[in-house]
Design a protein around this ligand. Structure first.
Ligand SMILES: [Ca+2]
Ligand SMILES: [Ca+2]
Length: 90
């Protein structure tokens, strides 16, 4: 099949119907709240804004609840996990 244009189209599929789309296959880093594949002060800022929040609080941040197990509270247990991964990534 050949390419399509405004003058003529072919039955079935055409070469310009094919596209290649990349997909990120990298590792998810726990604590990468600002998802850019690293853990830095941007992520810390998000954790700090959610500090001592619980479910239902205005500053609650579900992704920040990274303690094991999750306990619906953002506190030192989450900070320990976060600092353990500090500067991971890029
Ligand atoms: Ca990040
Ligand atoms: Ca927690």
């Amino acid at each position: 099949m050949g390419p399509t244009n405004t003058n003529k189209s072919f039955s079935g599929w055409n070469v310009d119907d094919v596209s290649v789309i990349g997909q990120y296959q990298g590792q998810v880093i726990i604590g990468d709240f600002e998802p850019d594949c690293d853990i830095d002060f941007f992520d810390f800022n998000i954790l700090a804004n959610a500090w001592l929040s619980v479910v239902g609080d205005g500053n609650w941040c579900l992704p920040c609840d990274i303690s094991e197990p999750n306990d619906n509270l953002i506190n030192i247990l989450d900070l320990r996990v976060f600092t353990g991964n500090w500067l991971e990534g890029k």
